[in-house]
Design a protein around this ligand. Structure first.
Ligand SMILES: [Zn+2]
Length: 470
């Protein structure tokens, strides 16, 4: 049965649909904390029925009754990626869980083994308010807009699961005319052709896919692709890509942060018109830890730890499996009139997309994309795509793809490359070889966008340097 037509799931869903998106506007921090305490207690109780959580909580002598509110969260042990992988499938859902109504979503496995979790309708309907909130905050009517989701629709991936479990059931709100799914991994001209026929108002995709679409747009492709609003997901957006794409499509781009395991439709955080990264604090609790799994104070950069308050399936409480780094703030009264905790300076990339130098300095991918600054300062658009590869501790390559039509425009290529080399050399210091190289194209794995930064260093290399630099 379509869960929307079922009175038991259907009515609560409609309530969520109408009231949840504005919750962070309606409630002051005290009311919001009260709400969070309530939903947190509920999810801890649920998790206690799930074998892996049950064992862990028992082992530390914790019972759900000991958890009065979110401030007690530190009494609970962390749940790791390995916990989920090792206990899949039956250890990560309650014993009586109806698997036939669930979908299994797997991460892309960019770091180690992919993680698989169970999602069901309760996850999508529970998080719908967070999804709609993104549009409300930007004053975009999701009801009237045509939405193009350009992502990974291979079976078992988060995008495919959302569209199967949620949108196919939600035809009353999102007709197929209004909601289109497109594979980001087809040849880019093919993607543009399909988008042209669809003519979207809102698009959601990866930075590198946008970059390639923007390149085609500049060449006159996609006459009917004139979106009003672009949402970015999954990867860090650097300043050059941002302005390149915004120029090409003549509209603004905004980041969202989420992951396959958390629910890719209801983001953990989103960027508002003021470019503040607001945490969806009524849907998630976010903490940060250092290398030794010690909790960090707000304002310090650390590994993100996420708790999801809504939905059943596989619960996530103090989940450490997302490799991103953030700097948290307390409640922040933003110019957009929302007051939530935030990610200060956005999200920084994963370790295998970060650069580490022999002296222990670490540059997450977006902060190492400093050529963005040079390209913007030189007011050039001749770089079609770029990638930074750390081959060895003291050897970094910067790969550049040049737009053939702009090749002979100013600034000359050698001036540009010299400038790029200079700023990198200045950033990393002497003793490290920086090579700026022109390439015809940038390769990526099938069904994965090309990362901005690639590190060829091993985990061991990282550990040695981190150890040495203390
Ligand atoms: Zn804001």
């Amino acid at each position: 049965m379509n869960p929307f037509l079922n009175p038991i799931t259907g009515i609560p869903f409609l309530k969520r649909f109408l009231f949840d998106p504005n919750r962070i506007k309606r409630m002051n921090p005290q009311q919001l904390e009260k709400y969070r305490n309530k939903v947190f207690r509920k999810i801890v109780k649920y998790a206690y029925t799930v074998p892996i959580y049950h064992q862990k909580y028992k082992a530390t002598g914790i019972h759900p009754e000991d958890i009065r509110g979110i401030k007690d969260i530190t009494k609970l042990p962390f749940i790791t990626k390995k916990d989920l992988v090792d206990n899949y499938p039956d250890g990560i859902i309650p014993p009586n869980y109806d698997k036939s109504k669930a979908v299994v979503v797997s991460t892309s496995g960019s770091t180690g083994k992919p993680v698989s979790v169970f999602f069901d309708f309760s996850v999508y309907s529970g998080g719908i308010g967070a999804a709609i909130r993104t549009f409300l905050v930007h004053n975009v009517s999701w009801r009237k807009s045509k939405f193009a989701n350009i992502g990974n629709f291979s079976p078992g991936k988060a995008d495919e699961a959302v569209s199967r479990l949620f949108f196919t059931n939600a035809k009353f709100a999102y007709s197929s005319e209004k909601y289109g799914t497109f594979s980001a991994f087809e040849p880019i001209k093919e993607v543009m052709k399909k988008l042209d026929a669809f003519s979207p108002d809102i698009m959601l995709s990866y930075p590198v896919t946008y970059q390639n679409l923007a390149f085609l747009k500049n060449k006159g492709f996609g006459k009917n692709v004139n979106p009003k609003f672009l949402l970015v997901s999954g990867y860090v957006l650097d300043d050059y890509t941002r302005s390149y794409v915004e120029d090409a499509f003549k509209c603004k781009m905004f980041n969202g942060y989420g992951a396959a395991e958390t629910s890719s439709e209801a983001g953990v955080a989103f960027e508002c018109p003021q470019k503040t990264w607001h945490i969806n604090h009524d849907y998630y609790h976010v903490e940060t830890i250092d290398e030794n799994m010690e909790l960090l104070e707000p304002g310090k950069i650390g590994h993100i730890v996420v708790t999801r308050f809504f939905g059943k399936g596989t619960p996530l409480i103090r989940y450490t499996g997302l490799d991103d780094w953030v700097k948290l703030t307390d409640y922040y009264e933003c110019g957009c009139r929302l007051c939530t905790p935030t990610f200060k300076d956005g999200v920084e990339g994963r370790r295998n997309t970060s650069i580490i130098l022999p002296d222990g300095r670490v540059f997450p991918s977006a902060s190492f994309a400093i050529l963005s600054v040079v390209l913007n300062e030189m007011k050039t658009r001749k770089v079609k795509q770029f990638q930074i590869i750390q081959n060895k501790l003291d050897e970094i390559d910067i790969l550049i793809v040049i737009d053939e039509d702009l090749r002979n425009k100013d600034p000359p290529i050698d001036t540009l490359f010299k400038k790029i080399k200079e700023i990198y050399q200045e950033k990393v210091g002497p003793g490290i070889t920086i090579s700026v190289k022109e390439v015809k194209n940038i390769k990526s794995d099938p069904n994965k966008p090309a990362p901005l930064v690639i590190s060829r260093l091993s985990q061991k290399d990282w550990e040695i340097i981190i150890e040495k630099s203390k």
